[in-house]
Design a protein around this ligand. Sequence first.
Ligand SMILES: [Zn+2]
Length: 266
Amino acid sequence: MKYRYGELTWPEVKEAAAAKRVAVVPIATIEDHGHHLPIDTDLRLCNAVCEAAVARAADRAILIPAINHGYSPHHMDFPGAITIGAHTLIDYGVDVCTSLAHHGFDTILIVNGHGSNTPFIDIIARLAVVKSGVLAAAVNYWSAPGVREVAERLRESEKVGGMNHACEFETSLYLAIAPDLVDMSKARHELSHRPTENYWTDLVAGDGPLVMMEHWSSLSETGVMGDPTKASAEKGRALLEAAANGIVALVDEMRARVRAPRVDRH
Ligand SMILES: [Zn+2]
């Protein structure tokens, strides 16, 4: 069964929408990921998770081509980053959702692979709901159900900060997906974001209540935040499996959700 949106013919798109398949929209960015990982890390990892998820739920989900570029202005001190303005990114994401809604898809799950897209995917999903009347939601793939448990079990890096960016988590996934593009001889442990009482950041342990994002070049020398030296392909395969299953669980939860009509109570 075809599950990649772009490979469908238009009559097949019509059928997919009529079958209430959930439109899964990956979104990521292109930016520095240390000396050992390619700049496409967020995009490749997010695509791999979504591909694995939708492939195993092809009867009830459809994989939309990813929104490749995201919000990365704080990474522009490192060669490679391509950043999209906040408003442009929101408008772009909403336009994708609006188009899908126009063709009859009534459930949309935005799956994000880049931490700094987080506030924007929330807004995109909210706007899709109010503008198009669809059920839209957003999730960071590392926060999909089941991922945290696996990551905590496998974790060898620092409990807070060791899994952050180009870290044990992301490097493991890349090793599982495309090991030839990872140069582990250049992987460096770097934990230089200076956590304080209410500020810390970690993909798995979560962020502290003080949410802030400084320029990446003031936080990291190599671009790494965390410990990629603890990465392995085996860990990556387990994380990929957990993330894919977690996305499938979200697809099913959204499909099962009871839709109640909007009511004007003036
Ligand atoms: Zn990343």
